[in-house]
Design a protein around this ligand. Sequence first.
Ligand code: ZN
Length: 228
Amino acid sequence: MPYAVRLHDERSAFLSLEALVWRDGPVCPHCEERSRIGRLSGLSSSIGTWKCYACRKPFTVRHGTIFQNSHVPLHVWLQGLYLLMSSRQRLSSQKLGQILGISVRTAWHLKGKITAGMAASEEQAEPLPREARPPIEIRAPLPEATSPPQPGQAVYRARYERFLGALDNLASPCSDSAFLDALHRLLSRPSGSLPQSHSSTGEQQLQLSLFDEPEQPLERCQQNDARL
Ligand SMILES: [Zn+2]
């Protein structure tokens, strides 16, 4: 495998998602240009930004996915997805927010978008082919701190350590597979076609327990295990 999925900071999350989405190299989502594009790496550019020199527009791999137009960093989305899949979507918004270091409200929105995206892709779900499954490296030691420290490094490290700590209780042997299948399904459908199933009137339903959904059957997990 030429690459592995890593979630420990924003840069690694972008590189992982780019490798999954753009298997044949980056593509401009505005005009489909493949060659006259370049990564913007200046200090004023946010991580993961590319520029198309055919249509002059910037873009990121988040374009057209449920991760687009969100102030939540990509690595937080992906860690959240991993936690939700490991808990079979039972982890409460309160607990998810604590682990990811985001507000309960933001965690609730993140969870709602993931749940709605998964439901919307249900009928057309094709499992990710085995040959397309990259290894996930989430328990590998964090890279040594660089000097001078990169922006956000302490926040990334603290969040990742909470994430790993939570996985001690939540993760199972099928977590990687469930995460990759979920990500594949979420990326297979444009965000514009997702149903708006979580309206603001549902805010009162925030739960303060560890799990706020009844336990889901293990079927999906077992199917994944059988396939591996
Ligand atoms: Zn373009």
